[in-house]
Ligand binder design. Structure first.
Ligand code: BGC
Length: 816
């Protein structure tokens, strides 16, 4: 259908849905309206039978769709981390990821995906960095818009989050981020604005933090005036979980839905506020309209045509996860070691090569049906007898979830000790929120939960057991009570049971291969003032610690006997996660020592970095190749084999500068007196590195492939830049052509240059290609704080095209 005709049909459908929304609204009384704005449980809104509206269900996001249960029994496809998706620099791939996620959402009866996360990589210390895309607002907006378009093309809503300036985790519930209008507009709001304009998201999630005073769930200016007023956002605005704190403040600040329920500041409290004359009923109607519009779009509102009546063609999730992973891997250095020559004997080293870290922790967690580790992937890809494996170094210095060798289930009992139900306990972790309890179990009857089953160690020696969570615990291993006490805390962080540090409780000598009885019993309590009833605790465990020197020596031995050594280094769940920020960028444990020792023993040492965000690589010039592999999702090991063997080219380019913490320009993530001042203003990421004149380890946009490219020219006609380049290497390849804009007369108030556009080309050896890149007007504008509007900055600009921010190959000058 021609575009104009399609638009007319779209507008007519919008009008029809609006009419259905108004009709439904007219049939609702005040109590029903306010009920609809308040979560009924952890993930859903109450149904309203009076208008034939079923319950609307939401779920995290962003790398998969977990669904309403926190359990491995309900598995989900796990795609690579958002940093990886951004590293593909490929909006087409991001859109396809979205289509798959819509398919997953439909399979799990989810109507709204709580994603994407489009906060910026303001500082590399941000603990949740892996869950956002980039330090650059333009790249973030392009990937985010494509993702939203993909999800919504499957008829499932999105909530672009966390609006706005939730760029770190420290004190996230209370921090007031003090940000200039310019930095807000040019950096932090920019991805939200681009996504609203280009993808029309059906939802936004407002953040925990405050910005320049008001908390984001009560931010009349940014929500009502900017997001809805200036940008024309017509979706629904849901609070981040437990972020809504005041009835009147929230409704006046443009918050439509308070989550989770059943106890929120909306519902009955909102109805009362209207009756008391504190809130106008029209404000409630506005919020209800937004929710009903969402319900209409996803196909839940009687009498309204959903936006998508025919779901897109099915997507193969495993194949897509593998494709995104290999397209995201950034080959940061290659002195000829990759691809691996055929027949090479390979020593694979590192704990993460066997126990891969495929996703980041916190609300983004999903449970994939299987995980392909690097060891699995290379075992399948290399000829038999050519691969050896050694642990080398174990970065897990703390206790981690009980996922290796444990077979546990949960047994629920009442106060008399009678069993009232049983459930699963994936990784020794219980997380039952609201009514999501095992069958037959009610909050009133539930007195204790026991994790019980067996543990079969894969190593002999002293095994450490511990707990995460609060309350009374009894730990029994091999028939003996090892701990029996009450765990308490002095922090008031409501998520401490999810993200708090694991605590060691017992050390027990065990023999490999024998099945031992294990039990952790927890007495359940429900605090009166909690917004919802939650049962959450974890059995944590650590394998016997072998002498680190011995482990390294073993790895060196294996490396010596091989033609190539592949070392997989990684962060852990205690380093990168939602809930806290990082203290440093070092690889935990003895991993740096391992790499150095292996590199000294084998000149063909390839290091694969398994982290969601930047880490320091002090040995990077001493090794033959460095491949940055992110949290690569469930098919990561297969994708790794694809690129190491050369079956595919690693396609990624850095969406964020990688450098040392000492050189990093923006490192303050801890508020002082409740405030975090963004004193660096518009200079974050590469904008800051350039301003400070510092050279990072790897520049923004950097990434090698398996072929070479010769850039020939860049020409600009109107707003279109055309870049000509040739594949001057020996194999077919794909190049991300990046276009930067640099004012010819430097202006200290503006960055030296910034990303204005990018495009991908593919060419065979010797073949030429043309990248056509639109330069948006916004690339030439600044936010003028005196007029409160965008202003085009006239003058001469150099248009620079190349392989990365630091490797610009051709340029031309234009006038704006
Ligand atoms: C996170 C959100 C998430 C929500 C629901 C919050 O703690 O900040 O990103 O969507 O929980 O799990």
């Amino acid at each position: 259908m021609a575009q104009a005709a399609q638009q007319r049909t779209g507008e007519a459908a919008d009008r029809a849905r609006e009419a259905a929304v108004e009709a439904a609204l007219g049939r609702l009384g005040l109590d029903a309206k306010t009920r609809l704005l308040s979560g009924q449980d952890m993930w859903s809104l109450p149904p309203l039978p009076e208008i034939g509206l079923p319950s609307l269900v939401m779920s995290d996001g962003p790398i998969g769709v977990r669904g309403v249960h926190w359990t491995a029994d309900d598995p989900s496809v796990a795609l690579p981390s958002p940093t990886a998706l951004a590293a593909t620099w490929d909006p087409g791939l991001a859109r396809r990821a979205g289509v798959l996620l819509a398919q997953e959402a439909r399979r799990k009866h989810v109507h709204v995906l709580l994603a994407p996360t489009v906060n910026l990589h303001r500082s590399p210390l941000g603990g949740r960095h892996f869950e956002a895309y980039s330090e650059d607002p333009f790249l973030t907006g392009r990937i985010g818009a494509a993702y939203v378009t993909g999800v919504q093309s499957g008829g499932v809503g999105t909530t672009v989050k966390h609006f706005v300036a939730n760029d770190a985790e420290t004190d996230r519930f209370t921090v007031n981020n003090v940000v200039s209008d310019r930095a807000l507009r040019e950096l932090y709001l920019a991805p939200f604005e681009a996504i609203v304009e280009n993808a029309r998201p059906w939802g936004v999630m407002t953040a925990y933090n405050s910005v320049n005073g008001p908390t984001m769930t009560e931010h009349r200016h940014l929500v009502n005036e900017v997001l809805r007023g200036e940008w024309g956002f017509d979706g629904f605005n849901v609070s981040d979980w437990t972020a809504a704190r005041s009835t009147v403040g929230a409704v006046e600040g443009g918050l439509d839905v308070a989550m989770p329920g059943p106890r929120t500041v909306y519902g009955e409290a909102l109805a009362r506020a209207v009756r008391d004359g504190d809130v106008a009923e029209s404000a409630v109607d506005d919020a209800v309209r937004n929710v009903l519009r969402l319900a209409a779009r996803v196909g839940l509102l009687e009498g309204a045509e959903p936006v998508v009546s025919e779901p897109p063609a099915p997507v193969d999730g495993e194949a897509l996860a593998r494709e995104i992973a290999r397209r995201s891997f950034v080959l940061a250095r290659n002195e000829g070691a990759l691809p691996l020559p055929g027949g090479h004997r390979v020593a694979l080293l590192g704990a993460a090569a066997r126990d891969a870290r495929v996703l980041g922790g916190g609300s983004a967690t999903v449970f994939p049906a299987h995980v392909v580790s690097p060891l699995d992937g290379l075992t399948a890809a290399l000829p038999e007898g050519t691969l050896t494996y050694a642990v080398g170094a174990d970065p897990n210095e703390e206790l981690a979830v009980a996922d290796k060798g444990f077979a546990l289930r949960a047994v629920c009992r009442d106060a008399h000790g009678t069993v009232i139900g049983t459930g699963t306990a994936p990784n020794g972790h219980i997380q039952w929120m609201g009514d999501d309890l095992p069958e037959g179990v009610s909050h009133d009857a539930l007195h204790s939960v026991e994790l019980t089953g067996t543990f079969t160690p894969r190593e002999s020696g002293p095994h450490t057991f511990g707990t995460r969570g609060l309350g009374a615990f009894t730990l029994t291993v091999d028939g003996q009570v090892r701990y029996d006490d009450v765990a308490s805390t002095d922090t008031d962080d409501p998520f401490i049971s999810f993200f708090g540090a694991p605590v060691e409780r017992a050390r027990v000598e065990l023999t490999a291969g024998r099945a031992y009885e294990v039990s952790l019993r927890h007495t359940v309590t429900f605090p009166e003032d909690a917004p919802m009833k939650v049962v959450t605790f974890t059995l944590v465990h650590q394998e016997p610690r072998r002498d680190p020197e011995e482990l390294i020596a073993e790895a060196v031995e294996a490396a010596r006997a091989a033609d190539t050594a592949v070392v997989v280094v990684a962060t852990t769940e205690r380093v990168e996660s939602e809930g806290f920020d990082r203290r440093d960028l070092r690889l935990p444990g003895r991993q740096d020592d391992l790499v150095r020792a292996v590199a000294a023993a084998n000149p063909n040492t390839v290091v694969v970095v398994n982290s969601g965000s930047p880490v320091e690589l002090p040995w990077r010039e001493e090794v033959a190749a460095v491949l940055l592999g992110w949290f690569p999702g469930q098919e990561g090991g297969a994708a790794l084999a694809d690129v190491l063997t050369g079956a595919h080219e690693p396609g990624g380019r850095l969406p964020t500068t990688w450098g040392s913490l000492q050189d990093a320009p923006v490192t303050r993530v801890t508020p002082a007196d409740g405030e975090l001042h963004y004193t660096e203003d518009v200079f974050i990421g590469y904008r800051a590195w350039e301003k400070e004149g510092r050279t990072p380890s790897y520049a923004f946009g950097h990434g090698l492939g398996y072929t070479d490219w010769t850039y020939e020219s860049v020409e600009v006609a109107g707003s279109t830049a055309t870049v000509r380049l040739r594949n001057s290497g020996e194999r077919t390849g794909r190049e991300v052509v990046q276009v930067y804009l640099a004012p010819v007369d430097p202006d200290p108030a503006r960055p030296a240059r910034w990303l204005a556009g990018f495009a991908t080309v593919r060419a065979a050896p010797g073949e030429s290609a043309e990248a056509v890149v639109e330069l948006p007007r916004r690339a030439f504008e600044v936010w003028d704080t005196t007029t409160g509007a965008w202003r085009l900055v006239k003058g001469s600009y150099e248009v620079q095209a190349g392989r990365s921010l630091a490797d610009r190959r051709v340029h031309t000058i234009i006038e704006a």
